[in-house]
Design a protein around this ligand. Structure first.
Ligand code: COI
Length: 446
């Protein structure tokens, strides 16, 4: 262990113990202080060894330090395309069940703390090869995004507000010590993948190509630390409505037994680890006839989110209508659809863009709301509607909430959506499908 011999600390065992715990920190001690003419570069060397991603650690296959260099900008230029030799054909849109069908190709980009981002490849969709000791398999070092590509009747392909997904993915990556990346560069690569897979984009209303960017820690290492190797991959799935009943209203169960997130936790990030613990409670409520759990917070039973969706409640307030959604307090996901609905509703209120059929006296609130308030609104006839929003679900009306042994009944419109969600949905989908021109709709070209 030349590292230890060269240090100024005297006890081998003590040093080894510190080394195990504070590997990254100790690196600054591992370069012998030189004498004579090289003495002046010693501080710089020490600094460099911390800045060079995992330099020494990797060679010992330990890897603690995180790549701290700038995200690479150049990687789209190095894209390799390996075309599948067994191309599948897109199934009829009617037969699509959300998340079961995948296109011919996927995008993969490896990362290591030594090299940064490596060569991106668009290659045949297929199994990944992973070490059983990969960090993702033990400590859930995995994040993902959900975005959609649309194709209009002239064949024009667009993405909806993809910059927001890139931003959120970077914030999720940073939260679980996965490497961050250049958003523009990844978006360029995703566009190339979508362009190659464009024939898989269904054109029917309510259908699209769901894009699933994902990142996992792949280092072979069962210690708990930032991984020194990761893989970013993107797969595509042609989809129809998220819920099997299409846009029909769903029933939620406001659970007081389980929680999804807590202050200071990870609820605001799109981590795989936020979703697995929700499956068992969801199975339980499915047996009682509810589609999803509505996650609450605190003894006041504040509404947070549904787990696949953000929540909106519509209340009658005198002669006004209030659209309420819980605030981004760190416990709920900053949804792209949520943000879009709020922005459209606020434009209506300010008069920047009037949405036909929305009331004149309209209030848009990002504020805490409790189950008691929802119960009272039901009792007084002031509960207008309640719906979820998300990339997969778009808008999903809710007709019933199971809460403390009773059901709260929520009014719904004739075809499910209510008087507020329907006009906003029309505006949103128009911008998604490109029938209403908007900056949110980003073209995908070759
Ligand atoms: C999305 O709306 O894109 C989601 O990520 C929900 C998903 C878990 C299906």
């Amino acid at each position: 262990m030349s590292v230890i011999e060269s240090g100024s600390l005297h006890s081998y065992n003590a040093v080894r113990e510190i080394f195990e715990q504070y590997n990254d920190f100790l690196i600054t001690f591992t370069i012998p202080a030189p004498s004579g003419m090289f003495a002046f570069i010693w501080p710089a060397l020490c600094y460099n060894y911390k800045a060079i991603p995992n330099g020494r650690n990797d060679r010992r296959s330990r890897g603690f330090a995180q790549y701290s260099g700038k995200p690479t900008r150049y990687f789209p230029e190095h894209l390799q395309f390996i075309q599948t030799e067994k191309p599948g054909t897109p199934p009829p849109s009617k037969s699509l069940v959300f998340g079961h069908t995948f296109t011919n190709h996927m995008l993969t980009i490896p990362w290591s703390s030594l090299e940064g981002w490596g060569t991106p490849k668009i290659e045949p969709y297929g199994p990944l090869s992973l070490e059983p000791s990969s960090t993702v398999l033990h400590y859930a070092q995995t994040i993902f995004e959900g975005m959609k590509a649309y194709r209009d009747e002239h064949g024009k392909v667009t993405l909806f507000r993809p910059d927001m997904n890139m931003k959120r993915m970077n914030s999720s990556a940073a939260r679980v010590s996965l490497p961050t990346f250049d958003s523009d560069a990844l978006l360029q690569l995703i566009k190339k993948l979508i362009h190659i897979e464009r024939d898989w984009i269904p054109r029917e209303p309510g259908h699209s190509l769901y894009i699933r960017p994902t990142m996992i820690g792949t280092q072979k290492f069962i210690g708990i630390a930032p991984p020194s190797e990761a893989l970013l991959f993107v797969i595509c799935s042609p989809v129809g409505p998220y819920y099997p009943d299409g846009f029909k209203p769903i029933a939620l169960y406001a659970t007081t037994e389980y929680i999804r997130a807590a202050p200071g936790g990870t609820g605001a990030y799109k981590l795989g680890a936020n979703y697995a613990p929700a499956v068992m409670p969801q199975k339980q409520v499915a047996k009682m006839g509810y589609a999803q759990n509505l996650w609450l917070h605190g003894p006041e039973h504040y509404l947070t989110e549904v787990g696949t969706m953000n929540m909106f409640v519509v209340l009658k307030k005198g002669d006004a209508i209030e659209l309420v959604t819980p605030p981004l307090d760190g416990m709920i996901l900053p949804g792209v659809t949520r943000d879009s609905l709020l922005s459209l509703a606020r434009d209506h209120v300010s008069g920047t863009y009037k949405i036909p059929k929305l009331p004149e006296h309209f209030i848009v609130s990002e504020r805490p709301i409790t189950m008691k308030e929802v119960q009272e609104a039901e009792a007084s006839g002031n509960l207008v509607e309640l719906f979820g929003s998300g990339t997969a679900a778009i808008i999903s009306p809710v007709n019933r909430i199971g809460y403390l042994g009773k059901d709260i009944h929520v009014p719904t419109g004739e075809d499910g959506m209510g008087p507020i969600s329907r006009p906003i949905w029309t505006e949103l989908v128009g911008r998604q499908m490109g029938t209403i021109p908007s900056d949110w709709s980003v073209p995908v070209t070759a």
